[in-house]
Ligand binder design. Structure first.
Ligand SMILES: O=P(O)(O)OC[C@H]1O[C@H](O[C@H]2O[C@H](CO)[C@@H](O)[C@H](O)[C@H]2O)[C@H](O)[C@@H](O)[C@@H]1O
Ligand SMILES: [Mg+2]
Length: 280
């Protein structure tokens, strides 16, 4: 992926955040991934299936509201959920409402990069929101955004995301503006440089903590996690899943990752899910 799309660096932001001075970027990263086709998964075999949304289940689009949920995907996910005894959850950077608009509220969902969790109909706000701070940051960013028509701010319950997918040349300036806006708050807030976006998110909630929380929840506890994701924020989840004896699949072009398996594209991943439930 181009630097402009990720921001200014190829190094996963989630990694930079976590790494202490004594560690090196290559620690624990896989250098070669096994193809996902070499994975033998029995959907009834005690797995908990955890899927990222954008770039994993769904192809990326130029705006989060313009993604398409292929009509074969929902029935396949429902069937997989049934085969897995209900242990299927979405783990996304989107807010819960945004995820539910795409998938219905049929699936458990960890939203906002781990800051929120909905299990069935039970909403568990894992982390406290800080509306005052996030509103202030969003307001402070408005002039920088206005300089680049096509860039925009997504204000979520627990984060602010600045999108530049439509104006990749804005990546450097906008990332800089976000760093400045968040400068006095880095003790509690971190930056996630994703695909065409930079997000301000809580430090105490990640997709890794979401995985751990899910796997400690009724219906998931005692199962082996299977996690598929595509972006830097999924690295926290891959690491958590590895620690729980599970399997991580990186969807998209190979890169340094804590996942052990690879899948070239969301379309291939969807076909894998469909074949898995058809064969079961
Ligand atoms: O964790 P995910 O489920 O992968 O969600 C990550 C972010 O997804 C959305 O933005 C990304 O997808 C958009 C639609 O394809 C795309 O236009 C944008 O450039 C991507 O960054 C969503 O808007 C964010 O809130 C999520 O954090
Ligand atoms: Mg993703």
């Amino acid at each position: 992926m181009a630097n402009a799309e990720r921001g200014e660096t190829d190094e996963p932001a989630a990694m930079r955040d976590r790494r202490g001075p004594e560690q090196h970027a290559s620690d624990s990263f896989a250098t070669e991934l096994a193809p996902m086709t070499s994975l033998g998964i029995d959907p009834r075999g005690g797995w908990a299936f955890l899927f990222d949304i954008d770039g994993t289940l769904l192809d990326l689009a130029d705006h989060p509201d313009r993604v398409v949920v292929p009509e074969t995907l929902l029935p396949a996910l429902r069937r997989l959920k049934a085969l897995a005894g209900g242990a299927l959850a979405l783990v996304t950077g989107r807010g819960l409402g945004s995820a539910d608009r795409l998938f219905g509220a049929d699936f458990d969902c960890a939203g906002n990069h781990g800051a929120t969790l909905r299990l069935g109909t039970t909403l568990d706000a894992v982390a406290a929101a800080d509306d005052l701070l996030l509103d202030g940051i969003a307001t402070a960013l408005e002039p920088a955004i206005a300089a680049y028509p096509g860039a925009w701010i997504e204000r979520k319950s627990h984060s602010v995301a600045v999108h530049w997918r439509r104006v990749p040349e804005a990546a450097g300036d906008l990332a800089r503006a976000v760093r400045i806006a968040v400068a006095g708050h880095v003790r509690d807030w971190r930056l996630i440089q994703g695909k065409g976006v930079i997000e301000i998110a809580r430090r105490d909630a990640t997709k890794g903590t979401a995985v751990e929380r899910l796997l400690a929840s009724p219906g998931y506890a005692g199962r082996r996690p299977f996690y598929a994701g595509d972006d830097v924020t999924d690295e926290d989840a891959f690491q958590a899943v590895a620690g729980l004896g599970g399997v991580g699949v990186l969807v998209g072009p190979p890169r340094r990752t804590y996942a052990q398996y690879s899948c070239p594209a969301p379309e291939v991943f969807r076909r894998w899910i469909e074949a898995l439930v058809e064969d079961a």
